[in-house]
Design a protein around this ligand. Structure first.
Ligand code: ADP
Ligand code: ZN
Length: 748
């Protein structure tokens, strides 16, 4: 309905005196009507960013189309002004509508991700740039009475390919002196225009030399280049073991888009971990891409937004929300590590950035590349069904071999009675570490658990110290001498006596975190230079980058790390990876647990032996027969994925059925429960729709809010959104309770 209203409105321009429907980037429903004031003599167009009065405040909003006519003429207010920023492209507006309709989020909440930069709209010191009136139809110099010199033709060629640039930069791109550009401007061949962004990023240069690709790599790169040239929607799954050159290969697709003068978006799961990636990008293209993520300063945000909107940001690398930037001419989207959970946004608008990237590609008629060594089941099945094309890089570059995999059955090494974990490492692992260090090579001990110990228990009464706000144990962080909740951040000093029975000196740390493992390492290998690498010990992106450089330069012998060390990094001297607790992700009722653990451990294992020296991986487990461990040990990913697929098919779980979760939460437990009863009574009656719950949500208490969950399953061919919408309209939800729809929940 909403999209239809916008379409019917047309694009304008809307002359002074006419009404426009404005979408505000707030979680409100629908469009608000405003009148175009006489001061906007040229009128406004759809997509234009405007300032409007709302109650006593002023808000920014975006013209979505003609007014809705829902408000009597006398009540319609004038909008305050239109900003001089470029209007949001039509495709961005359609994307916002699409995402809102699919996720059942408020369109304004989605729009907020596209215009989260009010400062970007203010007039900055404008800059004069030069371009052609119509790049598709370059002017005929002779007919304009000018000699077609080689220098002038070079400028015309550059101007036809590139967005408008300042005179000096256009001259540099064309390889001529500034004077040539200026004379063409004076003759009216080049037209000046003003842009607002102060950010004039260096253009990545597609012809900057890259590595020589192997035959197989070159074939895949050519396939991707063809897609970029075709400028049509397609999805390619670029699959290959870690180290096979996926990044180098998709860089060739990026280069092709740059040659076409189009913009490129590379989505990455965690921007703070892209230091090495950025360095490689600079090496390949001689310039840096623009970064987009939540930690940018306001000024940087503003400039980046403007540079994207004005077409001068050639390549953007960013986290999820970079999808919503107003690219006027996007030519390629790459989703790196497409299987990563981090692409699912779990707050505000609940969307999966990989899936929405495919939608954005479809709306913009552009190719999408999904890269991974361990693609998600959904993506693999899409490829098998022929919806995506599968491109394979089966071997590591330069003949580097995949590491040897050992499964270490921990049941053979029972801890002594009463010993609260003297060692977290099996004797075989200890021996392998010692040998590796003696050879002067690096070791990674992988344990995906921050802090010292995940549980603190009273040995007198059995009390376990819990977070007061969440269904979770507090995790001891010994470095800062505190107990911390990893869900809400609650933290308290470590008590001297048991909070329950009052006994003294009876609290015991149970199980290992990376800090505790570090203690054992210092005891066993005091001469080794060791370091703990976890998200809470690292600090900002530059600290991360510095640490990764230290590791790559072999200033560290032994790494103790969580998942921040699992992906992307290339450490040539790292030859032994030991996974301390391979079973960690396997417990819990989540259907995705096995797949996720398999992906994570494959990624970690991929860190070993990426240089000249062969690598070895040791997986400590109490479940050596688990299908995940079996798949890792044998390298038979195929059978594992087949079994996973069958499990999902048998349960009609995604992607074989559609799933949505309804999370009901609030501080008042009674109100939450009565809302759940009302929802259960009004649940859809359609026999094709299965409703499970209400049940306690995976974190039944989170940040002081009680949480219940319904799961709704429909057949694949059925749209789940109308089912959910219909259900919700039947129930009155009290103000103290929040009901959130999560279409395609990540955990189920
Ligand atoms: P993936 O993304 O599949 O893990 P990368 O693209 O990161 O693989 O490549 C792994 C390593 O091998 C990188 O250091 C990369 O620079 C190098 N590499 C890959 N292909 C080539 C090539 N054709 N020539 C030189 N180095 C290469
Ligand atoms: Zn908590």
């Amino acid at each position: 309905l909403f999209a239809a209203a916008a379409d019917a409105g047309g694009a304008g321009p809307f002359a002074p005196g006419s009404r426009v429907g404005v979408l505000l980037p707030l979680p409100l429903g629908g469009l608000y009507d405003y009148r175009v004031p006489p001061s906007e003599r040229a009128g406004v167009v759809a997509g234009q960013v405007v300032e409007v009065p709302l109650g006593k405040r002023r808000e920014i909003g975006v013209v979505w189309g003609a007014g809705t006519g829902d408000v009597p003429e006398a009540k319609v207010k004038d909008l305050v002004r239109a900003f001089p920023a470029p209007p949001l492209p039509d495709v961005t507006r359609r994307f916002v509508d699409w995402v809102a309709a699919y996720t059942l989020g408020a369109p304004g909440a989605v729009l907020r991700m596209a215009v989260s930069v009010p400062q970007a709209l203010e007039e900055a010191r404008p800059l004069t740039v030069y371009g052609l009136r119509d790049p598709a139809d370059p002017p005929d110099l002779e007919r304009m009475g000018l000699k077609a010199t080689r220098a002038r033709l070079a400028v015309l060629r550059a101007a036809a390919e590139l967005p408008p640039l300042p005179a000096a930069e256009l001259a540099r791109e064309a390889g001529v002196s500034d004077g040539v550009v200026r004379s063409l401007a004076e003759a009216g061949v080049l037209v000046p225009s003003l842009v607002q962004s102060q950010l004039m990023p260096d253009r990545p240069d597609p012809e900057h030399p890259g590595p020589d690709l192997s035959g197989l790599q070159a074939d895949v790169a050519e396939d991707l280049r063809r897609r970029v040239r075709a400028h049509e929607f397609s999805v390619a799954l670029l699959e290959g073991v870690t180290g096979s050159g996926k990044t180098e290969v998709y860089f060739e697709a990026v280069a092709e888009a740059l040659r076409q003068g189009r913009q490129v978006l590379v989505l990455v799961p965690e921007i703070s971990l892209t230091g090495q990636w950025l360095a490689r990008f600079r090496r390949r293209f001689g310039a840096a891409p623009l970064e987009w993520h939540s930690e940018l300063t306001a000024a940087r945000r503003r400039d980046t937004w403007r540079a994207v909107a004005e077409g001068r940001a050639a390549v953007v690398v960013g986290a999820r929300s970079a999808l919503f930037l107003p690219y006027p001419d996007l030519g390629l989207i790459v989703v790196d590590e497409e299987h990563e959970q981090a692409f699912k946004q779990e707050e505000g608008v609940l969307y999966h950035a990989r899936d929405m990237a495919v939608v954005r590609g479809q709306l913009g008629s552009i190719p999408v590349v999904l890269a991974s060594a361990t693609p998600s089941l959904e993506t693999v099945l899409n490829a098998e069904a022929g919806r995506y094309d599968r491109l394979h890089l089966p071997v590591r570059h330069a003949g580097a071999e995949m590491p040897a995999m050992d499964v270490v059955d921990m049941r053979r090494f029972p801890p002594e009675k009463g010993d609260w974990g003297r060692s977290w490492l099996a004797p075989t692992v200890v021996e392998a570490v010692t040998q590796t260090l003696e050879k002067g090579e690096q070791v990674l001990l992988f344990l995906n658990r921050r802090g010292y110990a995940p549980l603190t228990l009273c040995r007198t009464c059995g009390y376990r110290i819990q977070c007061p706000n969440c269904t979770a144990w507090l995790v001891e962080h010994r470095l800062v001498k505190r107990l911390v909740c990893h869900h809400c951040g609650h933290s308290a000093p470590l008590p001297k006596e048991c909070p329950s029975c009052g006994a003294e000196d009876t609290l015991a740390a149970c199980g290992p975190g990376v800090e505790r493992l570090a203690e054992e390492v210092q005891g066993r290998w005091p001469q080794a230079r060791s370091v703990v690498v976890a998200s809470d010990t690292l600090g900002g992106p530059s600290a991360v980058a510095a640490m990764m450089e230290r590791i790559a330069a072999h200033e560290v012998d032994l790494l103790i790390g969580t998942q921040v060390l699992a992906k992307g990094h290339h450490f040539p001297e790292l030859t032994l990876v030991a996974v301390v607790d391979s079973d960690l992700g396997l417990s819990g009722g989540d259907l995705r647990a096995a797949e996720r653990t398999w992906q994570l451990l494959t990624q970690v294992a991929g860190r070993a032996g990426r240089g000249e020296k062969p690598g070895r991986v040791m997986l400590q487990t109490y479940q050596p027969d688990h299908p995940v461990l079996h798949a890792l040990a044998t390298g038979d990913a195929e059978s594992f994925l087949e079994a996973e697929t069958e499990g999902r098919r048998a349960a009609s779980m995604p992607p074989f059925g559609r799933l949505a979760a309804l999370i009901v939460s609030g501080e008042d437990e009674a109100a939450v429960d009565s809302t759940c009863r009302a929802l259960a009574a009004a649940a859809p009656r359609d026999p094709a729709v299965e409703v499970l719950g209400p049940a306690p949500a995976p974190l039944a208490l989170l940040r002081g809010r009680h949480r219940r969950r319904f799961l709704v399953k429909t057949p694949r061919g059925m749209r789940i959104q109308p089912v959910m919408r219909g259900w919700l309209t039947k129930v009155r939800v009290p103000h103290s309770v929040r009901v959130q729809v999560d279409v395609d929940p990540y955990s189920f």
